[in-house]
Design a binder for this molecule. Structure first.
Ligand SMILES: C[S@@+](CC[C@H](N)C(=O)[O-])C[C@H]1O[C@@H](n2cnc3c(N)ncnc32)[C@H](O)[C@@H]1O
Length: 333
């Protein structure tokens, strides 16, 4: 399907469920059309968040742990997460699908068979993710407390987990809380540079939340389709906030810069004339720091353009940054 075939009766109904957080007991997928409509629009926007996460993992040199060939898409919907991950990691050979809706499982299975003919699909039975790469995407707020508990238990059995959720204050902080219960078992690959307690769960940090912004692809702005969709749906295409967590069973040798002063930037920088203020989080905790235009002009500019590296090792004088690794090369404006 394409943008000429959008059915706003379906899209408005789905969006009402997503925004209100009220979900009918039998689920909201009433037919295959619902999944196709979602996949073309809301699902594709979620795909852009997955692209951002997978790009960051690639930059870290991360790949599924050795021997892992099975990916499990839990709460698959139209299967966006599974397909994005299969495209990024060709070593994966089996896609296991789970959703409370059999329509969703069937839709995802067919899409996978078309896009990845060499990949085997199966229905995930739900109890044990041992040896698998578990994907969770935009499902947490649809689960009741018992379902959340059982998902957390399932996570513990996985070899690795990539979990992407909306970047709202509520869900992002719930993800931070889930991380607390999982960090004893797993290495935290991203977004954190460490597996110590979450700095944003410390006292006094209640109004902050661990969120990031994904860039939509150029076609979101170069064709009229997305602009018309966004206007009708009342969505700001440029603001694509997400929260996420990537875990893996401890590797014998750490594969990424961890500890040693590495920090992860959170959210967007606030730009003032002489400085950028941005939240930075490391094993010592999270705090707002100041990058002045005078001391680090390239970093200041990169923060302003939202093109700064996400992981950085600062040197400080109080909260004011005096140096940064990596260095950023001067660029023409
Ligand atoms: C908003 S959709 C997200 C779909 C997909 N993961 C994505 O990111 O596009 C949430 C999905 O979770 C499924 N779901 C809700 N509760 C579930 C449960 N208890 N067990 C399995 N799937 C569930 C819904 O049927 C729906 O397909």
């Amino acid at each position: 399907m394409n943008f000429d075939q959008l059915d706003w009766r379906i899209l408005d109904r789905l969006r009402t469920h997503f925004l209100s957080g009220r979900f009918p007991p039998g689920g909201y997928w009433l037919g295959t059309d619902d999944l196709a409509q979602y996949n073309q629009t809301f699902g594709e926007r979620i795909g852009w968040k997955w692209d951002a996460v997978l790009r960051e993992l690639a930059a870290l040199g991360w790949h599924p742990p050795q021997g892992v060939t099975r990916v499990i898409d839990w709460g698959c919907g139209s299967g966006v997460a599974g397909r994005r991950v299969l495209a990024a990691h060709r070593s994966l050979q089996t896609l296991a699908l789970l959703d409370s809706s059999h329509l969703a499982v069937e839709y995802s299975r067919k899409r996978c068979a078309t896009d990845f003919p060499g990949v085997t699909t199966e229905i995930f039975q739900g109890a044990d993710a041992t040896g698998g790469l578990l994907l969770i995407s935009h499902v947490w707020n649809e689960l009741d407390p018992a379902q959340r508990e059982s998902l957390l238990r399932l996570i513990l059995s996985a070899a690795a987990v990539i979990w992407v959720e909306p970047g709202t204050h509520l869900v992002a902080r719930e993800l931070q809380a889930a991380r607390e219960s999982l960090r004893q078992t797993f290495d935290v690959v991203a977004p954190c540079t460490h597996r110590a307690a979450c700095g944003l769960l410390a006292e006094g940090m209640e109004r902050h939340w661990c969120h990031h912004f994904a860039d939509p692809p150029p076609e979101a702005f170069t064709t009229g389709d997305w602009a018309r969709f966004a206007e009708r749906a009342g969505i700001d295409l440029r603001a694509l906030p997400y929260s996420y967590l990537v875990l893996e069973q401890p590797a014998p040798v750490p594969r990424q810069p961890t500890g040693d002063g590495w920090e992860r930037l959170i959210g967007r920088a606030r730009i003032h004339k002489p400085m950028a203020r941005v939240f930075s989080c490391g094993s010592e905790g999270a705090r707002e720091i100041e990058v002045t235009r005078r001391h680090l002009p390239e970093w200041y500019r990169a923060l302003k353009r939202e093109s700064a590296p996400t992981r950085v090792r600062w040197t400080y004088d109080g909260n004011r940054v005096t140096g940064a690794e990596p260095t950023i090369q001067p660029q023409q404006d």
